[in-house]
Design a protein. Sequence first.
Lengths: 113, 111
Amino acid sequence: EAQVTQNPRYLITVTGKKLTVTCSQNMNHEYMSWYRQDPGLGLRQIYYSMNVEVTDKGDVPEGYKVSRKEKRNFPLILESPSPNQTSLYFCASKRQGWQYEQYFGPGTRLTVT
Amino acid sequence: RKEVEQDPGPFNVPEGATVAFNCTYSNSASQSFFWYRQDCRKEPKLLMSVYSSGNEDGRFTAQLNRASQYISLLIRDSKLSDSATYLCVVIGSGGSYIPTFGRGTSLIVHP
């Protein structure tokens, strides 16, 4: 089944404790992206990747890191999480090309206390 | 001006009603357009693509107006299960295929 998976789905952590949210897709998509979603603010892009070893900042990259060492994986790293990073996070992927739609993972609900 | 704008709503309609949402985009070079549906705290899922000639999928009709730079979604005979947030997505301006999302329009269908 074609899908985007994220782990963990739920995470409660404390300020400053490094964490990684994994994202994997099995559709051989070139483009992958991370979003956060907060009430009233819609989806905001954190980072995106056009292909392996090619990443770029989105609209709200501060406090986050990413890497794209393999085509299928695009982990999101929070080196020192803070309470303002409490949010719902979505990973997504798509084929390169403007005519293709984007597929989303199920989301990760992160709480930083 | 935001690249993609939607009326956040909520649109509160009775079952059986017809409801329409619009989404405006700022870049006239945009290439492709989609409507996504998002249920509360779930991932967005593709509802339908929007073609230049307009397209229909059951009770849902999507239209594109390039001259006025907006897309629309019409839902006929609304069901309770249509209650969700509807996101407009625009792709392909300036040679990029990075999607740009609107903030979404909330629809509540009541009995």
